[in-house]
Design a binder for this molecule. Sequence first.
Ligand code: CO8
Length: 261
Amino acid sequence: SKSFEYIKTSSPKPGVGQVTLNRPKALNALCTPLIDELNDALSDFNASDETSVIILTGSEKAFAAGADIKEMAPLTFSEAYTKSFIESWSLLTTKIKKPIIAAVSGHALGGGCELAMMCDVIYCTDKANFGQPEIKLGTVPGAGGSQRLTRAIGKSKAMELVLTGKSFSGAEAEKWGVAARAFPTYEALMEETLKTAETIAGHSKVAVQACKEVVNKSQDLGLRDGLEFERRVFHSLFGSQDQKVGMKAFAEKTKAKWTHS
Ligand code: CO8
């Protein structure tokens, strides 16, 4: 596999790809070269027939402490605007068709919180430290925080957090629905994340990709259009082999042998 400076990649179980943010001296602050490497690694996993699902994680101490403040400090409006600063971050949400599980321990602040929210599922520790502290730096969330956090927890709570810059814990993230599950220890987090990834990797790749697509559409479309979109995808999967394989196996009380086609 490729060698990276700011991330590590691995395949902890069959069908499971993992990207570990690895810039420990800066608590995984998300500098542009890190994001470029992340996009590169995610694109490779997305293209690989060996991978069904991707885990994105940091260290026990930090998922990511935000965008790199030292890199951003001297930027001018014209530079940010003409170079579309941070637009490349969203590759995660447009080009990657396989589910991404964020395993969050420690700090997930600013761009780190936003990066986690770009993923499809968030698992975290009870003590994880989420927040959108941009206001304390004289700016606003720039990679989806104001939009995704508000959709996840409602306007009043999101507004309070964005205006105060206060953090919220992993336990709160779970209670409010930002995270799917929170765990008491880092070890439990990583173990359960891997278990869920293995469960997903055990399903038909075609169905997995389609499930991600239909759920994500609910974030962009109104209910009527969303339901119509879902039904079209549902219809189209009658054209897949794995729909036949899966339903036949159910009727015959055998285990489905997915063809992934
Ligand atoms: N950027 C650059 N360097 C950072 C960042 C960061 N976001 N966070 C931490 N570091 C560096 C520190 O400067 C320090 O470096 P050095 O050792 O050279 O001084 C090292 O990491 C360790 O940090 P601390 O000594 O501060 O560690 P503590 O354990 O005392 O504190 C905290 C941990 C509370 C996480 C603290 O580091 C902190 O408050 N960090 C900044 C958090 C923050 O404000 N994040 C939001 C950044 S703004 C943002 O993300 C905007 C997103 C906009 C869209 C995305 C654009 C790309």
